[in-house]
Write a protein that binds this ligand. Sequence first.
Ligand code: ATP
Ligand code: MG
Length: 413
Amino acid sequence: MAIERRGDPRNAARDIAAMLQGAGHEAYFAGGCVRDGLLGLDAEDFDIATSATPDQVQDVFPRARGVGEFFGVMLIYRNGWPIQVATFRTEGPYSDHRRPDHVRIATLEEDSARRDFTINGMYWDPVGERLVDFHDGEGDLARKRIRAIGQPRDRLEEDHLRMLRAVRFASRFGFEIEDETAAAIRNHRSGLDGISRERIGEEIRRMMLDPNRGDAAVFLERLGLAETVLGESSKCGDDVKHLASIEGRLERSDYAIALAAWALDRDGANAMVSPAPSWQDQLKLSNADRDGLREILEIRTRLQSDWLKLGVAHRKRLASLDWFEPARHLLHVLAPGLAANIAEDVEVLRRTGLAPPRLLGGAALLESGMPAGPHFSEVIEAVYDAQLEGRIESLEEALILAKEIWQNSSRSG
Ligand code: ATP
Ligand code: MG
């Protein structure tokens, strides 16, 4: 069932905090939404931290329900907006470097200490309009830096995924990673091996869809993380021309474009088909993303080595592939002249139709008396090539040509 959302999520979250406070509990906006608010950005979602236990939250919001996986987190819908309300908590040792061994109810200050970075460890009281900031997150926002709360070494050791989160936040906001935090990431980089490929892949996808994807790639290389993330050692250093050539946020369905750019920045012209299979495993890519990555690199290579030699029909077939334009765009980075010529050629080809409906299909060919057999689809494609080249313009001409091709090919065996 689709729930209709009304008003804005911030007001919905403020109402919830106000109701918890009205019932005698502490309640704050917490984490990402506080950071985004101070940066003047619209938060993706609003999370509330409260001193109320889950039972007490339920007393105030009878329809709240627990979020299975997470201790003490309740989900409340307000005006159709889902708001997570989490009881202040502290987390015990992380013997598996991913998940705390235990969690228990805590004070606000303890709750802040379990969070990853200072800019993510702030609280905002939306009723009293007051910031609570135990770790100088506000200062780090002003200094534009990502700094671990507490001892970076210990915090990254607890949860190795935080290394990738540091890179994601730093690139997204155009921040630096503070020295000690960066040094700790370098020391722990091999620890990423223990993190599930799904979680790594999700972090990388979020970095690559973001407009600052080039910065993310540079951080990953500099910190020595790219090798573990991608399972290969070639390097792109700071030179990420291909990634930098893609502007703006990418849609989820265009992830393959960023991946192809990244492959080209890492491997240059060698980035043909090779990364697709291993990157699929390393980053848990969907089949669609893997195929897209492979196709973009293949088309780009064909454009570079074959375009000038291709006839009209081949050019039209290439230019009407789904990933043609991204591939041409990426070719532009190292071969701007050729890519511009290709664009002009395609404009001309477009006037006579890049992929017009076929004059002759299988059914019409069978009807004309041609027997189905090994040459059948060859004949159909050859006739379509002739159509793309403007050599035939009607079904009649198509059938005559089909017969000719058919007779020639049966004569030659
Ligand atoms: P985004 O805008 O990307 O969602 P966010 O800061 O809201 O950023 P979330 O993953 O939604 O990130 O997490 C919400 C908050 O929970 C964070 O701001 C941080 O305080 C805390 N948090 C999340 N993941 C971790 C982690 N792995 N280790 C420690 N704290 C974390
Ligand atoms: Mg969030």
